[in-house]
Design a protein around this ligand. Structure first.
Ligand code: AMP
Length: 364
């Protein structure tokens, strides 16, 4: 079996690492010549919209998937006319525009923050009269890790926030005073089999994920599964899907979904019977899905901007380091570590040690 992946970053790298024992080979299409997945398969270097490269990718692979949602939807559609593409171009198109994503949630009766589409400063000023402060202004497309976003605390912030967006279409949404952020990773294979991981509780700073902790038997699990199932069924979805939610006093409000493997699911590499990466491959290759049962109590810490000494990380019992083969740069995710323990007390001690190491190198 040969799987094509659009993008050759760390997510593609981890998919390839999970696929090797299953005998899966990989071809990556990516503009960069020194990407994270370089050593793990064959590479087609060039633009995602180069029809000759796309045709070659479709020709040489059994199925094509992607590691990020900003692949132009036309590219996914072009590929889908020549080969199997999972998740479907429709899932990609919905997820890459915050407005279509929010309307899709609305259609499926999945609660979202109050929001309005805006395309001018006048529009924004008007929308804020009903939405109220604080609020968040976000570009509709191309936003990730808090990029293209501004918090609006009062009318004084509107002009600058709007100018920062440089005229791109945007969405403004009410700020949710959440108790915590969670995500649920779900997987559906070609035959329609579905599995869910226990929810992850996620800690963000500056819009970037720092820590995810697996929450087995969380009281919000059932509600999260209900919402993510609606997405899977409505999109006839195949692959891993991550739904990010805010919890506010026992209620869940959807923030966004990612039609791909997700940073908040990295704990599954050592912390679940089957990792999200292996299950993504099983799903798109229509193999039986693996058990999502947690193995011990797990968490994951991102290393952003720099790397602690390898020895310092590996000195923590039951910590595992995952390097992305990326050179450190301000605000860049360069690695993560997972940690597993027998009980939550032990987990919190080791997690604290890992976050201290991460904070020492974090320049964001
Ligand atoms: P996003 O790129 O939409 O995932 O936003 C990045 C982070 O900003 C989220 O993980 C939250 O921490 C914060 N955030 C985004 N939207 C909201 C909101 N409506 N209310 C409160 N916090 C938000």
């Amino acid at each position: 079996m040969i799987v094509g992946i659009l993008g050759a970053g760390q997510l593609a790298r981890m998919i390839a690492l999970a696929g090797t024992p299953l005998g899966v080979d990989f071809i990556f299409l990516d503009p960069s010549v020194d990407s994270c997945a370089n050593k793990l398969g064959q590479h087609l270097h060039g633009d995602y919209s180069d029809p000759a490269l796309l045709a070659q990718l479709a020709e040489c692979t059994n199925v094509v998937t992607y590691e990020f949602e900003n692949v132009p939807a036309e590219v996914a559609e072009f590929l889908a006319a020549h080969t199997q593409v999972y998740p479907s171009p429709k899932a990609l198109a919905v997820a890459q525009d915050r407005l279509s994503e929010k309307s899709f949630f609305f259609e499926l009766d999945i609660p979202t923050p109050a929001y309005a589409a805006v395309d001018s400063l006048d529009n924004l000023t008007l929308a804020m009269t009903t939405l109220g402060y604080p609020a968040i202004l976000k570009s509709r497309t191309q936003g990730y890790d808090g990029k293209g976003q501004s918090v609006l605390k009062s009318e004084d912030d509107l002009k600058l926030a709007w100018e920062l967006l440089q005229g791109v279409p945007a969405i403004v949404e009410a700020f949710v005073p959440f108790n915590r952020e969670i995500s649920i990773i779900a997987v559906r294979n070609v035959s329609g089999e579905i599995v869910f991981y226990p929810i992850s509780e996620n800690l963000h700073r500056g819009g970037i994920l720092r820590v995810s902790t697996c929450r087995e038997h969380d009281p919000m699990q059932q509600q999260a599964e209900t919402y993510v199932s609606r997405l899977l069924e409505a999109l006839d979805y195949v692959g891993v899907l991550a739904l990010e939610l805010f919890e506010l006093d026992g209620h869940l409000v959807a923030n966004e979904f990612a039609p791909r493997v997700h940073n908040s699911g990295h704990w599954t590499i050592e912390g679940a019977e089957t990792s999200q990466f292996e299950n993504h491959l099983r799903a798109i290759l229509d193999l039986p899905l693996g058990a999502t049962t947690p193995v011990g109590k797990s968490a994951m810490v991102n290393f952003i901007g720099g790397l602690p000494k390898t020895e310092d990380i590996l000195n923590i019992p039951k910590a595992h380091l995952h390097l992305y083969d990326k050179s450190p740069r301000k605000g860049r995710k360069v690695a993560h570590a997972t940690v597993r323990a027998e009980n939550t007390e032990q987990l919190s001690v080791w997690l604290q040690q890992l976050t201290t190491l991460a904070d020492q190198v974090d320049d964001s």
